[in-house]
Design a protein around this ligand. Structure first.
Ligand SMILES: Nc1ncnc2c1ncn2[C@@H]1O[C@H](COP(=O)(O)OP(=O)(O)OP(=O)(O)O)[C@@H](O)[C@H]1O
Length: 252
């Protein structure tokens, strides 16, 4: 697993409509040790997705540096896996083939990549759906496939941009519990973007609150693991931490 380090990172976009430059991120510095789970929260437009897209290597930064395992990011790479809200599974491929796609691209022979894909599907209780096509799955099942498809590449860093935003509340809680369990087992470094404060606190070791392109505050989440909703819903520390982060987001 690799560490992630942002050093005085900034991003300026040219706003076509206003005809002027817009600075979306100013001087962001953040160190994420290998294997840590960090959530980023903040009001709409504060720059969350911009950070993620730069770490993924999809867009260049305007200033500063992004180091993955100490090496500067120059573009997308297999060491970083990305899961979006509107994840795109290949509709013409089965679930097994979708999950095995990354390993296939890395030249892993079919028998071996099918085994890898089955192992990951098993992790999220979808072994039985291996031969189905994405349109035969519910939204929650598709989202699980999206998560394990990224994990099957064994990325050092998992970048997640509101991956559970479009599923119902019940499924979402199950996905959150599954993600924490998988993270504990595999320990990738995770950057998880969300608008949902309880989700951010439930998942992370640390919550970064962003405001207008700056880091407003970082809140450590020393809650015990495994994290299970039935236990945390009534937990005073969980409620205190969520209230603290919520107050920061509201002030942001
Ligand atoms: N391609 C672009 N061109 C111009 N401005 C952009 C572009 N992408 C983002 N921005 C601007 O940069 C700022 C940060 O956007 P970003 O999408 O990173 O915010 P966000 O915190 O992820 O928002 P949300 O929570 O609504 O997804 C916003 O003001 C946005 O309008």
């Amino acid at each position: 697993m690799k560490s992630l380090s942002l050093k005085s990172l900034s991003k300026t976009y040219f706003d076509l409509y206003a005809g002027s430059q817009h600075t979306a991120l100013h001087d962001i510095s953040l160190d994420v040790p290998a294997g840590e789970f960090v959530s980023i929260v903040g009001p709409s437009g504060c720059g969350k997705s911009t950070i993620l897209n730069m770490v993924a290597g999809f867009i260049p930064q305007s200033g500063g540096e992004i180091l993955v395992g100490g090496e500067p990011v120059k573009g997308p790479g297999a060491d970083r896996g990305v899961v979006f809200q509107s994840f795109a599974l290949f509709p013409w491929k089965t679930v097994l083939e979708n999950v095995g796609f990354g390993p296939k691209m890395r030249g892993i022979p079919k028998a071996e990549r099918d085994e890898i894909a089955r192992e990951y599907l098993d992790l999220v209780g979808l072994a039985h759906a291996a031969d189905r096509y994405p349109n035969e799955l519910s939204g929650g099942m598709q989202q699980r496939v999206g998560v394990v498809r990224a994990l099957a590449n064994k990325p050092d860093i998992l970048l997640m941009d509101e991956p559970f935003a479009s599923v119902d509340a019940q499924t979402r809680m199950t996905l959150q519990e599954e993600l924490t369990r998988i993270w504990e087992e595999r320990r990738p470094t995770v950057i998880f973007i969300t608008h949902d404060v309880p989700e951010a606190v439930f998942l992370a070791n640390r919550v970064v609150v962003l405001s207008k392109g700056h880091i407003l505050e970082q809140v450590e989440i020393p809650l015990a693991r495994p994290r299970i909703w039935d236990q945390l819903v009534e937990d005073d520390s969980f409620k205190e931490l969520s209230n603290k982060v919520l107050a920061l987001v509201r002030a942001a």
